[in-house]
Design a protein around this ligand. Structure first.
Ligand code: AMP
Ligand code: MG
Length: 198
């Protein structure tokens, strides 16, 4: 497969949207690190992420949305405290684990009955989600076990030949993964430390 690296503009955003709608992968900048995106509802598409990374399939992926309306079908219920946390930290590097909605593929959640969701603040991610209407699953854009890339050049080193498009949006500012918190139980639970601290 030939991997294109394109600067971010209307044309490359439209191409990224089209690829995602067709069930293909797109690597793109987020505010944390570069990610590999695939339609979270499309199991065949999400499988390609695991193949490209060499990532074990029992490790669930985070679904990226834009706008609270997009939670529909992705989660089955938004607990009250999730609204509070969303108000305080979204868009931004906080992932909330909620009861899984009927439209998310099993592959995305590694078969769990919960799903991790976040609303990124990076303008390129927001533009791609708006242009495609696709809520996408996205882990970091490195081969499994390698460090997470924060620019398009490092993404290309790991992903050359493994996916069709890398959007070059410069350096990711945060460089640290999102904080993952479960909001389903009686008390919120920190599942993975990250940029947003306890
Ligand atoms: P990443 O490695 O950045 O793709 O983030 C994926 C990580 O988010 C997983 O390794 C888990 O730690 C966490 N995660 C995602 N979805 C869930 C879930 N449904 N339940 C618990 N943790 C989750
Ligand atoms: Mg990672």
């Amino acid at each position: 497969m030939n991997t294109q690296v394109l600067p971010v503009n209307d044309k490359s955003i439209a191409l990224a949207a089209e690829l995602l709608q067709k069930g293909e992968l797109v690597a793109l900048p987020t505010e944390t690190v570069y990610g590999i995106a695939a339609d979270a509802r499309n199991g065949e598409a999400v499988k390609k992420i695991f193949e490209a990374k060499g990532r074990p399939q029992d490790n669930p992926l985070i679904v990226h949305i834009y706008g609270m309306e997009m939670l529909k079908g992705i989660v089955s219920e938004v607990p009250d405290r999730a609204y509070k946390l969303a108000k305080a930290f979204w868009p931004g590097p906080l992932t909330m684990v909620m009861p899984r909605g009927g439209e998310v593929s099993d592959v995305t959640c590694a078969g769990l009955d919960t799903v991790g969701v976040r609303m990124p603040s990076h303008p390129v991610v927001q533009a791609v989600i708006k242009a495609s209407g696709v809520a996408f699953a996205a882990p970091s854009a490195n081969l499994s076990g390698k460090p997470s890339p924060t620019n398009a050049q490092d993404t290309l080193v790991d992903m050359d030949g493994r996916l069709p498009l890398i959007l070059d949006g410069g350096e990711s500012a945060v460089g640290v993964e999102s904080t993952v918190v479960a909001v389903t139980g009686e008390h919120p639970m920190l599942l993975r430390p990250g940029y947003v601290t306890k």
